[in-house]
Write a protein that binds this ligand. Sequence first.
Ligand code: DGL
Length: 265
Amino acid sequence: MINNDNTNPIGFFDSGVGGLSVLARFRKVLPSENVIYFGDTVHLPYGNKSKEELIGYAKNIIKFFKEKDVKAVVIACNTSSAQAYDTIKQIYSFPIYPIIQSCSGVIATSNVQRVGVFATESTVKSGKYTEELTKHNSNIRVKEMASKNWVGIVEGVGENIEDARKNIKYEIEEMLEFKPEKIVLGCTHYPYLMNEFVKYAPKELFIDPAEIFVDFIKQDLSRKSLLNNKSFIGKEEFFVTSSPEDFVNNAKIFYDVKNLPNIYE
Ligand code: DGL
């Protein structure tokens, strides 16, 4: 039973450490909020899963969050936002924030005409970025490209990780042929690879949507009078569906996970 207390936590989820790029920003902007982060690492990568599978994972995770009495859920995963959000948004009474749909308005109206998007295969297949960006600006041209195993590089899973790292150069070059004014990192894992991207294109070209996303969430929570205005530092809890040690290690660039995450089975 939700007790409508503003100190109730906010649930964040992603397939792994990617969503921590959003959580890190969130903790800076709204440090007094209590948060629960769920990394569904046993199903990683989400990027090659079917729509039905992604809906099933999202339903289970949000059910878990409901049992934890969350006041809102943040889908800190582009793939789940693209494939599962439309189906699950009707089911729950608390706000659910999907990254693509929450950020596209700001990106599309920021005086750009040509936007590149790197995302997972599943996100690109959904065409969600193109749909959402053109909804807000019908003149915008969008090129979506599915990047090959970039998530695997970050999480240390899958085969041919070194080849995938070498291929980044060619994937960026292919995108640059489109002459994008901005390139959206349309997967929350990709900001972890910024040190690689800047070898082939200027940093200013890339948009990590986390900043826009967190501003959107803050404004909406405020409009709904859901912000926790207490002045203490919020608590954080972590849950994963496979090795907590791997999660903490992979998280390092973005987040200092102080206590080993709990395993959710
Ligand atoms: N980080 C997620 C995203 O934003 C999913 C990556 C994956 O597991 O393939 O799309």
